[in-house]
Design a protein around this ligand. Structure first.
Ligand code: FES
Length: 143
């Protein structure tokens, strides 16, 4: 069962700045971290399962609302970082929900796949990706 991981000391999201080292120890495939960057941007750092990777990479890009290759969005395949703000009207999205095993927005029902690509509106644009560098067991996200 995927789970959202919290920082042990606060019980809430992890707060960091772009470029900070983020400890990803214990983030198993299917899990994710919610990191608030620069005090404002909720970022999901997601460790994807092989099944999730296969599902998003086998989807024909031409049929997507906002066509984008997962290989370009997540060069590391197993890891992806996206901004957790719905591209429709700015609500916070929820991870691990929806028919595409990605993210869902409860405000008006948009759904996103495990690449953060919009698969059902009213949103028309994908969740923005954030550049991620992994130096196990740490992850760095940069603008
Ligand atoms: S803000 Fe997400 S669907 Fe409208």
């Amino acid at each position: 069962m995927p789970r959202r991981l919290f920082s042990a000391d606060t019980g809430g999201p992890i707060y960091a700045n772009f470029g900070d080292r983020i400890n990803a120890t214990g983030v198993a495939p299917g899990d994710w971290l919610l990191v608030v960057l620069d005090d404002e941007n909720p970022i999901f750092i997601r460790h994807r399962t092989n099944a999730q990777i296969q599902a998003v990479r086998s989807e024909p890009v031409a049929g997507l609302l906002d066509p984008a290759r997962d290989e370009d969005r997540a060069p590391d395949a197993a890891w992806i970082a996206v901004v957790g703000i719905c591209t429709h009207a700015g609500c916070k999205v929820v991870a691990g929900l929806g028919p595409y095993d990605g993210w869902a927005c409860f405000c008006h029902g948009s759904v996103f796949d495990a690449s953060g690509r919009v698969r059902g509106g009213p949103a028309q644009r994908n969740l923005p990706v954030v550049k991620l560098t992994r130096v196990a067991p740490s992850i760095f996200v940069t603008e």
